[in-house]
Design a protein around this ligand. Structure first.
Ligand code: F58
Length: 791
């Protein structure tokens, strides 16, 4: 339980750390020094709850959850820790008395961006919920030296620059030089595996504190080190570069987060990264299990391993290898034990995103694992009569491997889980009919409402108390106030305050003047064709045309906000970014539409930017081609913060709409089934373009170079794509989207009604807490429970 933290004590400890840990005095301390000192002072307070949780876990001798993920998109931690400790106001006061501003100090922290997007952020939300719920758990991943690249725009084009979060001290982690494991690659199997190359995985632990500091789990990230630090022989022979080569090769494994898997080059390194962290994690898990004196036969009673997508799917054969080769378990039994421990979460239906490794590469890198996979495959084929192979077409199929080796496979929204059964794993689902289940994603209310939205948090606390923070469904108590105009006014005043905060943020970063009374219409996510940022910008142009055609009409002022990065090798996504920036330039300079329409695209969208944008949004764009977005989690964050959604029946949009009410959601577009049917129609995109004068006009304007006057051919490729291969049906959904946007315009100016719809979105989004999701995993997959004593 939290003790009240006195600001005087905190101030004392900040000054102590400044002097004793950083060797600085107040006269020459920088913002970095103050932030680090505050972080260390707060970190001191995390250690006791962390130790207590570990002690209780050992005493209970029950099951631990191990969440294996290539990505943890954490963002900043300082505010998170302050909030969970109940030390926010003490920190504010302590800094103030030192002449410092808390918000400025907190915002100085770089994001830990060890992830690409939704999948990595989900892992971070899950860690938060596991700790809040008091479920003993470890997150396991890679301590990348460079997280997700920084995005810059040069003349509207995306440029990638290496990110360097570790160039500063990362205050939250504890290095564990004594916790290290060898990880081998290549070589031969002569009875036993003799790897050709070995690197060392070295652990770094970050405590993850739950709400009210009742519990803390550990995020253990692995860093790759060489077995021999330095080749002194080469050095002494004068080969100065050769002397550091082994070190450089080993360290390359944890050097950088893969921003995509679209390039051939570096694939081998990616496979090595996956095996590296999976092997180290499993060695650590088995070591911990054995240290408690349990019989290896009972592993699955103590260990639940969740695979976050296929990236750690090598865990199946690796666990079997550890059991057979290092613990003398019989092969058949080892496969059984491994299956009982493992479960797999699928996050995508895009076939190109399901990993497959070239057989030659796989055999060269992991020869022993290939043998084990052959045994697994043989057993699967022989015992079930299934024809689905794991090794096929000269490739190892990691989705199939993960599926066969898991006792449960889950999708991440109701629609997605059904589509997983019908499409990617259709045949395996027939063979193992009870294996696929659903666990709809969720988001942590601590970060995504309590911390990022102080005005709304204050209003909610005043209205229903603070119980919602770890019991989010309590938000439904707000519904009792929905007819109270005082409450609705206060709700919209909170929104307004967030919009003003965002407007000043924009003013600081650019010379753009933003009117906070305009509708803030936001699409923030990775740039991908299926997410259809392209459709959004086409609609923006169409709307601009209509305003120009009738400049004295009653137009609802709108600010279109885009944010997101494209994978460096994804050419079409990068062209879409360029187009959005080019369109923004033209529209923002147009005196006719000046106060009616603006387009902004702040570069380098990340977790911290989301924390400013989401609370300020009026409209949330969730417009993917139905059947393509597995779930979405941004969609939940927006609804929770009182934005209305314009969206398709895709991913978790379906469940959001069911919960907030169809009348509080702007629906358009083809359904997943209609999408499949439409694709079978001849020349569907040309037909859709021909049937829409509005879209035809926009495409002609782009093709004529209206937005790229010096380079009129710049977007011919994109325009042609829509005519010839509009796989994501932008053309077919365009008119429906445009018309629905006009309904949004009309609704927005009815302030009272909009306020009611917005407040209902917040009141009815409680189910989308990641606490609910984690309870589902604990019950349906892991068979674990909370160790919190709720006294
Ligand atoms: C996302 N996947 C889904 N993948 O697209 C999204 O619908 C879902 O809400 C989210 O997972 C959480 O379930 C996703 O983010 C990746 O980032 C891959 C990482 C590895 C490289 C390829 C992209």
């Amino acid at each position: 339980m939290t003790k009240t933290i006195a600001s005087e004590d905190l101030q004392f400890n900040i000054l102590r750390h400044l002097k004793k840990s950083l060797g600085k005095d107040t006269a020459n301390a920088t913002l970095y020094d103050w932030r680090t000192s505050l972080s260390l002072a707060l970190r001191d307070l995390v250690v006791d709850p962390w130790f207590q949780s570990t002690r209780k876990t050992y005493e209970a001798a029950g099951k631990r959850v191990y969440y294996l993920s290539m990505e943890f998109l954490i963002g900043r931690l300082l505010e998170d820790v302050a909030v969970n400790l109940g030390a926010e106001s003490a920190s504010r006061a302590a800094l103030e008395s030192l002449g410092l501003d808390y918000d400025e100090v907190v915002h100085d922290e770089p994001d830990a961006a060890l992830g690409n997007g939704g999948l990595g952020r989900l892992a971070a939300c899950f860690l938060d919920s596991l700790s809040t719920l008091g479920i003993p758990a470890y997150g396991y991943g890679i301590r990348y030296e460079h997280g997700l690249f920084e995005q810059h725009f040069e003349n509207g084009r995306q440029i990638e620059v290496a990110e360097g979060w570790l160039s500063q001290r990362h205050t939250w982690e504890f290095e564990r030089p004594e916790v290290n494991y060898p990880v081998g690659f290549g070589g031969h199997v002569n009875g036993t595996w003799e790897p050709a190359e070995t690197v060392i995985a070295n652990a770094y632990d970050t405590p993850i504190l739950g709400w009210k500091a009742r519990w803390a789990n550990t995020l253990r990230l692995w860093s790759a080190k060489p077995t021999v630090l330095f080749d002194l022989g080469s050095f002494n022979r004068g080969d100065l570069v050769g002397a550091v080569v082994p070190e450089a090769l080993a360290r390359a494994i944890s050097r950088v987060l893969y921003p995509d898997d679209t390039t051939e080059a570096g694939k081998e390194l990616r496979l090595k990264q996956e095996y590296f962290f999976t092997s180290a994690s499993l060695q650590d898990i088995v070591r911990r299990f054995k240290s408690e004196g349990f019989d290896i036969e009972t592993l699955a009673d103590h260990v639940a391993i969740q695979l976050n997508d296929t990236h750690p799917a090598i865990a199946g054969p690796e666990l079997v290898r550890l059991l057979v080769d290092e613990n003398g378990v019989d092969m058949k039994r080892a496969v059984e034990i491994a299956k009982a421990c493992l479960a797999y979460t699928n996050h995508t239906l895009l076939p190109e995103a399901l990993e497959r490794w070239d057989l030659g590469l796989f055999a060269r890198t992991l020869p022993r694992h290939l043998q084990i996979i052959e045994v697994i495959e043989e057993e699967h084929l022989a015992t079930t009569g299934s024809h689905v192979r794991i090794i096929e077409d000269h490739a190892v199929k990691m989705g199939e491997l993960a599926f066969v080796m898991a006792h449960r496979v889950n999708g991440v929204s109701a629609l997605h889980s059904e589509l997983v059964k019908k499409t990617v794993f259709h045949d395996l689902n027939q063979t193992y009919p009870d294996r696929i289940i659903n666990q709809t994603n969720g988001v942590t209310p601590r970060r995504w409402l309590y911390s990022c939205n102080p005005p709304l948090r204050t209003l909610i606390n005043k209205t229903i108390g603070e119980g919602w923070v770890d019991d989010l469904e309590q938000l439904n108590r707000l519904e009792a106030h929905i007819a109270d105009t005082g409450f609705l006014d206060a709700f919209m005043a909170a929104k307004r305050a967030n919009k003003e905060r965002l407007a000043s943020w924009f003013a600081e970063k650019s010379d753009l003047q933003i009117d906070p009374s305009a509708m803030f219409d936001v699409q923030i996510k990775r740039i991908h064709e299926y997410k259809r940022q392209f459709m959004n910008i086409l609609e923006t142009i169409a709307h601009w045309n209509e305003i120009r055609d009738n400049p004295n009409g009653e137009w609802t002022p709108r600010l279109k906000i885009f944010g997101g990065k494209a994978a460096p090798g994804y050419v079409v996504a990068k062209e879409i970014i360029h187009l959005i920036n080019d369109v923004a330039k033209v529209i923002n300079a147009d005196p006719v539409t000046q106060d009616k329409l603006k387009v902004v695209y702040p570069p380098n969208y990340n977790v911290s930017m989301a924390e400013i944008l989401i609370p300020a949004a009026d409209l949330s764009e969730q417009i993917s081609t139905a059947g393509k977005e597995a779930s979405g989690t941004g969609n939940m964050k927006f609804a929770l913060n009182g934005a209305l959604t314009i969206g398709t029946l895709d991913g978790a949009n379906v469940e959001i709409r069911e919960r907030v009410g169809a009348e509080n959601f702007f629906l358009f577009g083809l359904t997943a089934e209609e999408v499949v049917e439409r694709r079978n129609q001849h020349d569907y995109s040309r037909a859709a373009i021909a049937a829409s004068p509005r879209l035809t006009r926009v495409l002609n304007q782009i093709a004529d170079g209206l937005f790229s006057p010096g380079d009129p051919g710049r977007y011919h490729g994109l325009v042609r794509l829509l005519h010839e291969h509009d796989y994501f049906l932008v053309t077919c959904d365009f008119d429906g989207y445009f018309d629905t946007q006009r309904q949004v315009d009309a609704a927005f100016v009815d302030h009272a009604h909009w306020a009611r719809m917005a407040a209902l979105n917040t009141a009815r989004s409680g189910w989308f807490s990641s606490d609910r999701t984690i309870r589902g995993y604990a019950q349906d997959i892991w068979n674990t429970s909370s160790l919190l004593d709720r006294s």
